[in-house]
Every structure is written in C-alpha cells, then in structure tokens.
Design a protein around this ligand. Sequence first.
Ligand code: IVH
Length: 681
Amino acid sequence: MPAEDISEKIARLREEINRHNYMYYVKGEPEISDAGFDALLNELQRLESLHPDLITPESPTRKVGGRPVEGFTSEDHPTPMYSMDNTYNEGELRDFDRRVRKRLAEVGREDPSYVLEPKVDGVAINLIYRNGNLHQAITRGDGRTGDDVTHNARTIVDLPLSLYTGEPDTPDDFNGTVLEIRGEVYMPFDAFRSANKEREENGDMPFRNPRNATAGTLKLLDPSVAATRKLHIFTYEIGIHGGLQLPDSHRETLALLSRVGCPVNAGIGKYAQIDDVLEQCTLWESQKAELNYAVDGLVVKVDSRRHREVLGHTTKVPRYMIAYKFGAEQALTTVRDIRIQVGKSGQLTPVADLEPVTLSGTVVTRASLHNFDELRRKDIRIGDSVYVEKAGEIIPQVLKAEVELRNGDERRVSAPDSCPSCGEHVEKEPGGVYIRCINPRCPAQVKEKIEHFASRAAMDIDGLGSVIVRQLVEEGLVSDCADLYGLTMRDLEQLERMGSKERKLARNILDGIERSKDRGLSRVLYGLGIPNVGSHLADVLSERFSSINAIMEADAEQLQDVDEIGPVVAESIREFFSKEAARRVIGKLKNAGVRLESATGKEAGHERFRGKRFVVTGTLANYTRDEIAGLIEELGGRVTSSVSASTDYLIAGEKPGSKLQKARDAGVRILDENGFERLME
Ligand code: IVH
C-alpha cells in the first residue's frame, strides 16, 4: 500500500476506535463486542508496528503505558487548584445556602440552583489538553504546583488521549485551544481488590483504601504497571479554556465535557431548594454501598457561571461549592485473639480475630493488622475493645483501641523470633516492614504455595481445598506443588475424613489433578507464585516465550524486551528461577507430564472465557443447558446459577424470567444466542 494510504488507514482506524471508546465509556452504549473492538485495536497495532514513524502519543494503542520515567518533575498549574469546604450536618449545609443567597441578593441576582455530584474519594488531577490532545497531567500538589504524572495518566482506562469531535455542538477540531480539565482519578472496588490480592501474593503491603491505591499508582515510575491497575476518572470542572467559549451553567459544562469524551458523573440533578438537596444527601448516603467506587459525600455546586463569578473564592476555597460529607461507619468490638499468619512467600502477618460485629451491612470477624511495626504503633492487645471501620467500604480496619475500657487483663503480642509454623528463625527485610520465615520447607508456606497453585485462576484443581492441602502437607505426602502429580488413591484414603465413603471425593481430586496437566504455560507460571507475576503478566510471558525453558534461560534484557516488563519484574523472574528448588520443581512438573509449552492456537481459544462467569436463563434454540455449559467450560469459563455483581454475562433465551431484570440492575452484559456465538468466535 502506498504511504498515504497507510497513514489514512491508520487515521481512520484511530477515529473508529475513539468513537467506540466514546460509545462504551461515555455513552454506555457499545456498538460492538469486546472481541470486535480488540480486532480493531490489533489491526491498528499491527500497522503501527510496520510503520513506527506513524505512531503518535495520542494513538489508542498507547494506553498500555510507555517506557518508565526516572523521576517526577514539578509543574505549575495554569490556574490554581483550590480545595473545598466540608460540612458534616444539615445545619452547616443550610448555613452555606444562606451565605450564597445573601451574597447573590446583595448584588441583585436571582436565587441559586445547585447541581449535585458524588464526592468520589480519589485523587484530584489537572489535565491540560493542547489542540485537543492530552499534553500534561499534574497532581494537585499544594494547589499551585504538582507532579507531572502524564505517563501514568495516559493509562487511565476511560480518559481520552484526544478529545472527541464526533458529537454535534462541539468544535470540529480543537486546533488552537488550551483546556484545563479537572477531575478525580479513582480505582473501582473490583480493581482495588485484585490489586491488593496481587500485592499480598507478592508479599507487598496491601493498599489501605482505593484512594491510597490510586495515589500510589499515579506515583509509579513505570506506566506499564500503572496500566494493569485499571484507574478510572470522572471529570468535573474546566479551568483555562483558551480558544473555547464556555457554557453559562455548570450543568451544561458537564454535558460539554461528556460530549468531548470525558466521563462525568452527573446523575443527581439540579435543585433550587436546599431541602431537596438535603433529601438527596440522605438518599445517597443510604445507597452509596451499591456503587463500585468509594464516595465519601456529595458536592453541592452553584450552577450558574455568573453566580459563581459573583461569589468568587477565599484564598483557599471557592464560595460557590461545598462538600457534604457522609459519616464513616464505625463499630466497637473486642479482640478475641491475635494470630500470626504465614503467607506463601513466608511473610508473617498479625491478624485480629474479632467478636463478630455488623458494619455497613456485613458481619466482620477478622481484620489484618498488616505487620508488627503497625501493631506496636497502634498498641492493639488481645482483649482490647477496638474501633473498626471499613476502609473504602470493603476491607475492615482496626482503627485504635479504646484505652479507657482496659481492665489490665489485656495481652500484648510482639513480633516473634521464630516462625509459628516451623519454629525456624525469622528475618526482617532490610528497610522493609515485613518479618519473613526463610525456611523454604516451612509447612505453612508450603501449604499456601500449593493452595495458590491449585486455585481457580491457576491450575484450577477441583476439590483440593485448604483442609486437604493442610493434611497432605502435615502427613508429608507433598512438599511442593509438583508432588501433587504423584498422589495416589491410597495416599488420599489415608487422610482423616477420607474413609472409603469419601472415595468419590478422592477420585474427584485425582481427576482434577490429571486435568490440570493441560492448563498450559500461563497458568503454570501464575501458579508458581513468582513474586510480581500476577495472572496478567503470566499471560504476557506465555505469549512471548515458547516454553518455560525459554523464560528460565532469558536474561534481564530479553525479559525487558516484553512491553509490560520493567527491571523490577525481570529481576524477580530471574531470581525465582535461579534457585535450585524452583528448578527442581519445574523438572518434576515436566516429568509428571504437565504442559510447560506456550499456548498453541487451540489453547488460545481454550482460554477465551478464562475467569469469566456466565449465567444462562430461558430456553435456547440451538443448545441444551448442558451443551452450552459444556462449551463455556471448555473455553475456560464458569457457569453459575444466579446473577450477582460478579457475573460477567447473562445468556438469555426465550422467556428469560426474573434473571434478566436482575442482570440489567447489576449492569451485567446480556447476550442472546447470536451474541454468545459471536463472543465464542
Ligand atoms: S470540584 C475546588 N467536584 O474533593 C476544588 N471535587 O475536598 C474542588 N472531589 O480536591 C473541585 N469529587 O479531589 C469537585 N465532584 C467533585 C469532586 C471533587 C471529589 C475532590 C477533589 C477535591 C476534593 C476537595
């Protein structure tokens, strides 16, 4: 193809991809399937790799993150980023309303209307778009100067790298404009959970709440790691707007932001009476638990731009908006015990067993105390009455002990010198907070490692749960994951609770172990528990290398040639495989017939629905229930009977019944039979 044709084709592809992104993230009305979208993106990627000179920083292929940066530079905000006044009760909100009305009346203005937005608990960011392209992203910092985090902001899932021009009432192009768009970057709860799971598996301290996770991600040096964290954004204000006329009201400004492709959260509406505002505050406070992101209040904003100008700012905060903060839910309970847990990389974590207590609708019985430095700092003791709170509404945290309620019988737990599981000496990481058991044969560690190996996202061995793994390790029947492949019926029958009656269970486990041999390289890599290698990187590695041998032999440079692998990950992979024990396990896996080669075409197809949960409802024309379930499972998916927030797809046939509505309410993707068949392709 002649050069002009290629660049035209690339431009058309980018435009089409940007349009689909807009339809998906802003309008919520996708026109194509995920597979269709991936096909477009792959084609663009292919053309760009053939013509690297045509790559631009705004290309949708650049979202996966570029090269690491050395450090952060400070940048001035074109206009200052103010903070916001908070109110915590009705009286304070009414005072705000009175102040606003008084000031507007003094200058002969009409009464205000208020626009309400959720106060998303994330990190404020200032995005500078030049000529419609994302030029810089700066953290709030001290309000005048912040850190340039453009490299990470580019990976924000729903942030447009170039402003969308496909809607009416927007400029045909943004040439000659400079726009400051302010918004809140946040990590949805599901992304937060998986980021923390990965951190705990790697022996890193989990993030306290989604806000810390967001801040930590924006401050990463390596944007390819940031890309795996799935940050999102809501935009809410425009600062400088050189070359562009702004609408007269905030509502219209939000609508404009949305038309140019920036996600906004404007679902609450506009109110003239403070009583109505208060009613919304109560309503949202009671419903916030249903959202997939942390909201710690509502922001009440004067709508009219003229009104805003009249009201102006103090030195710190605008007088035309205020935050109404929800109270965080806390409860008082008792610490029954403090146990020490041994993780799969040997880290020792103190965990509080709590007298059960209900918090934001769920019963809390235990809470991690994170590490022994923290335990000492907070001075939490067995028998203490403690305040617990749910950080970001999901993970219970012990805030502090109520010292007044102590009676003298409370007992301190201090950092142990030896491992509670194997009794061997423990070590503190130099400069770190974790204490680790360094005995590779420690039964608690071995058990955690094997459980991880057998877990659903790894080798998915049915029936091999925590109790059985513990017995297998305690009986000395297995001491690493490869030993599973040598287990016999006799071995299993020997276990407690596994008499002849449970032969069926034993059979199941053996079948599960047998089936796991064919899961493929990516699952094995993930199952080995290499520090810093989660399931996504395991996929990436197995796509790039033909076999586990190739990975073991690769030097740091070859590993870093892979787009998403930086120096830290490369080093952890090398260190893992440099150990004699790891090499021995790989040898045993190979001898047992576990497939350690990379995905063939067949296997790539195999993995298509990996980790996805399906629910089937209604009568299907071409499949029985068993047939469709079989197909889904063959492709790595799971079929469950009821719809929940963790369902990925509902396949609906004739007369679908109540599950359809439930799926709609939960935002689950709904497919008919044709849709399902397209998804399979
Ligand atoms: S408007 C004047 N709108 O709350 C600066 N801020 O406590 C406020 N925030 O720094 C910008 N949701 O990080 C605005 N819908 C929203 C918001 C919001 C969350 C954050 C923002 C700000 C902080 C102030």
